[in-house]
Ligand binder design. Structure first.
Ligand SMILES: [Cu+2]
Length: 501
């Protein structure tokens, strides 16, 4: 694999260019818009591959028609690099962080910090802001009760297990942060994050951040019908050590690490950032407590905001790592389907924004997670490898195991999927949903779901593998087996991950 960063200021011919490392940076936002108006897609891998020969003909010196402006003309070297890419069979490659920086107009003005790094004065102000929201009348649209009720009961607007999961929550956090800043004297407050790779901070274990006593019944005004069982209600968490153990058991840190090494956003047929990001998110919810594990009420626990702030930080980390902090850069990590970014039917209710407006982040963080190397395992957009390439299977690479086709609508609430090897549990993942998923429109739209595991080969080879699904029993403890036949008879698919040879 070549190591040339994308968009080299002085063009050099790249002998073995890839789409993710080189080619995608050749197309400026204005070029992509200009050609999109003519029905030609140059913002995605599929689009550039499909139009590659025409692009080469139109951009090659000395008689290049495109781009129309002199400043945008391709050099001879760049045209040669593009030609090499075609001749080599359009390799997808591994992302690099190249590309132009986000437009300066969108430069982040808010800095979010690790909650343990706040000064005492900053932390006092944060508590003042939370107390202020919690003291507001439950009918006020910017009260803690009303804001939490957008995610959980009664509004249940949150979007999970789909492309807009990260965008929706980014917008939600921003609105919540604006509400915190609307408390008199708190105009400078930003929402800090809890880095889940560390123990639950002491600062989240005292009022007003340790729990919330619901001042009204959140289910009373739920549509299409009221939901009972949540009043009176006080949010509840596990012990700190239990949370840390759960985080390990549910593979949360593994999934975060895997997510950050992905080059692609993910298309649900192949692994990508969002699949593992969503799994890590679900596992985090299930780790923290019975309240955080229940989609109906999770957002009422104050830890929700700090937990989700970290999810947003991880997303921005990944965006930065793959050159996806601009809309153009982000689109280039998608497959063919980019409609969900802008389509009016894909808005982020109840917000006026669409997903494309959340990509260029309005906030920055005091620390991003930027692992040095991206995974070199080959998984192209269609889940197969071009035969023109040379590849290898390495025994050190994990096996990708997917439990596929779980009908979650039949399962009453969040659940745990366990992979067993010779009868012993070797990995678990938690799936987060409301107790009555059939009443949740987003759940119904995405009723059939998959869970992904990355397993060392020696934990699987020459062993008998099986799968178990568990749901919470009486005391909210997960541990009641759920019949696979009632969960849509899921299948197990395992794949060796290939690498460039
Ligand atoms: Cu969440």
């Amino acid at each position: 694999m070549n190591t040339t960063p994308g968009n080299p200021p002085a063009d050099q011919v790249v002998a073995a260019p890839t789409y993710m490392a080189d080619i995608r940076f050749f197309f400026r936002p204005e070029d992509i818009d200009h050609m999109a108006a003519k029905g030609i897609e140059l913002g995605t891998y599929d689009g550039v591959k499909k139009n590659a020969l025409a692009v080469l003909a139109q951009t090659s010196p000395p008689n290049a028609q495109m781009p129309p402006d002199a400043a945008g003309k391709w050099s001879t070297e760049r045209a040669q690099t593009f030609k090499n890419w075609i001749l080599n069979g359009f390799p997808l490659g591994t992302a690099t962080a190249g590309g132009p920086p986000p437009p300066s107009g969108a430069a982040p003005t808010r800095l979010r910090k690790d909650i343990t790094a706040l000064t005492d004065a900053e932390f006092e102000l944060l508590k003042t802001a939370f107390n202020g929201l919690m003291a507001r009348d439950t009918d006020a649209p910017d009260s803690y009760f009303a804001l939490a009720g957008q995610h959980g009961l009664p509004q249940s607007w949150c979007l999970h297990h789909e492309n807009r999961f990260n965008p929706w929550h980014r917008q939600y956090l921003l609105n919540f942060e604006n509400a915190l800043r609307s408390v008199p004297g708190c105009e400078s407050v930003t929402l800090p994050y809890w880095d889940i790779s560390t123990n639950l901070p002491d600062r989240l274990q005292h009022p007003p951040l340790d729990k919330y006593v619901l001042p009204a019944d959140p289910g009373a005004n739920a549509t299409p019908q009221p939901v009972t069982g949540y009043f009176p209600y006080t949010t509840k968490r596990y012990q700190v050590a239990t949370i840390a153990q759960n985080v390990r058991n549910f593979g949360v840190l593994d999934d975060i690490a895997t997510s950050l090494t992905q080059s692609l956003w993910g298309t649900f047929n192949v692994n990508g950032y969002q699949d593992f990001s969503i799994q890590a998110h679900d596992g985090g919810h299930g780790s923290i407590g019975p309240t955080m594990g229940d989609q109906n009420v999770a957002s009422y626990d104050p830890v929700f905001w700090f937990f989700h702030c970290n999810i947003d930080r991880l997303w921005l980390s990944w965006q930065t790592r793959v050159g996806g902090t601009t809309l153009t850069g982000f689109r280039s990590t998608l497959g063919a389907d980019t409609d969900w970014l802008t389509s009016p039917f894909n808005a982020l209710p109840p917000f006026t924004e669409t997903a494309d407006q959340t990509i260029e982040s309005q906030v920055s963080y005091d620390r991003l997670e930027l692992p040095p190397a991206l995974e070199s395992a080959l998984e192209n957009l269609s889940g197969s490898i071009d035969a023109a390439g040379t590849f290898a299977f390495r025994s050190a690479n994990p096996v990708s195991v997917r439990v596929k086709g779980i009908d979650r609508l039949n399962i009453p609430g969040s659940f745990v999927v366990t992979l067993l090897s010779d009868g012993e549990p070797v990995a678990q993942r938690y799936f987060f949903q409301p107790k009555t998923p059939r009443k949740c429109p987003t759940c119904v739209e995405n009723g059939i779901i998959n869970l992904d595991f990355r397993m060392p080969q020696d934990q699987l080879v020459d062993r008998s593998l099986s799968v178990r699904i568990d749901v919470p029993g009486h005391s909210d403890e997960i541990g009641t087996a759920f019949p696979l036949a009632q969960a849509g008879n899921p299948t197990v698919n395992a794949r060796l991950l290939a690498e460039d040879a």
